[in-house]
Design a protein around this ligand. Structure first.
Ligand SMILES: [Zn+2]
Ligand SMILES: [Zn+2]
Length: 290
């Protein structure tokens, strides 16, 4: 990712640093799509960086921010939930170890009743990681959000609870007249015949939707309650919500580049029938203008 791709003049951009679901993977067979787990940078002209999830892609995202920084980090992160694949990059986010750095994290409250801040900190401490989160050089401010609307700078954010094991959020971001919806982990109903109202409202008319595309129909048949969607269900959500561009996201770690290509072709066949305007695979290192 170059300085040019991170420049945001006049634009709303997304850069994918991690697009994989569940567990990172590596090797020649995964080279094109990429092996890091969920972490995406939303860049809006004149605004501080907005990070979508803290998966292993966050390490490279931090390096990219470091290259263009002219002072300590000032950034915000929207955290969908606490599964490993969405938080594992946090300890390796280099800019946060510098004194004066500041990261605000917005994420879901926990059923345990413990504050999200303390729950997150309990995963980033010995013996899991050598340094306690609270001892990082920078400061992390953690805010709990449920079905909420709030502003991050001039970016309007809407959070909605979505079906997935544990408390899980989807997010809609609106800035400069553009809208992006982020739904990396979304349990499709067993019959996959209906989309929950709150999901349709979140996605309604979005310019870009990043959606869980973990399974083929065959895989879903044996993993119907593992928390995820099929590519065909991702297309259904996009079609029913009137989304302009759908990006298949949260690829299964067992899916090679070839497998993901097969799923894309299947998705496009479904999309043609359902009149979804544009459908692509989110790949690591890709920058798109919304
Ligand atoms: Zn996940
Ligand atoms: Zn999950």
């Amino acid at each position: 990712v170059s300085r040019a791709t991170l420049s945001t003049v006049g634009r709303v951009r997304l850069t994918f640093f991690g697009v994989r679901g569940s567990c990172p993977c590596a090797g020649d067979a995964y080279r094109r799509v990429g092996g890091n787990t969920s972490s995406t940078l939303l860049s809006v002209e004149g605004e501080e960086p907005l990070i979508l999830d803290l998966g292993t892609g966050l390490r490279a995202l931090g390096d990219a921010l470091g290259e263009v920084a002219d002072g300590p980090l000032r950034a915000h992160a929207l955290l969908t939930h606490l599964h490993f694949d969405h938080i594992l990059g946090l300890p390796f986010f280099a800019p946060l170890h510098e004194p004066g750095a500041h990261l605000t994290v917005y994420g879901p409250p926990q059923d345990s009743g413990a504050h999200l801040r303390d729950t997150l900190a309990s995963a980033v401490q010995p013996p899991f990681f050598p340094v306690k989160m609270v001892e990082f050089g920078g400061e992390i401010d953690v805010k709990e959000v449920g079905d909420d609307r709030f502003e991050v700078g001039s970016v309007a954010v809407r959070a909605t609870r979505v079906p997935h094991p544990g408390n899980t959020l989807g997010f809609r971001m609106e800035a400069r007249g553009k809208s992006v919806v982020y739904l990396p982990d979304h349990q499709a109903p067993i019959g996959r015949a209906a989309v929950p109202d709150q999901v349709l409202e979140l996605c309604a008319g979005a310019d870009v939707l990043l959606h869980d595309a973990q399974y083929s129909d065959e895989e879903f048949a044996v993993k119907p309650d593992w928390g995820h969607s099929t590519v065909a269900y991702a297309v259904r959500v996009a079609a029913e919500a009137g989304v302009r561009r759908l990006f298949l996201f949260h690829h299964d770690p067992s899916h090679t580049d070839h497998d993901v290509g097969v799923l894309l072709r299947r998705a496009r066949r479904v999309a043609d029938a359902r009149h979804v305007a544009q459908i692509s695979v989110a790949t690591e290192g890709m920058t798109i203008t919304v």
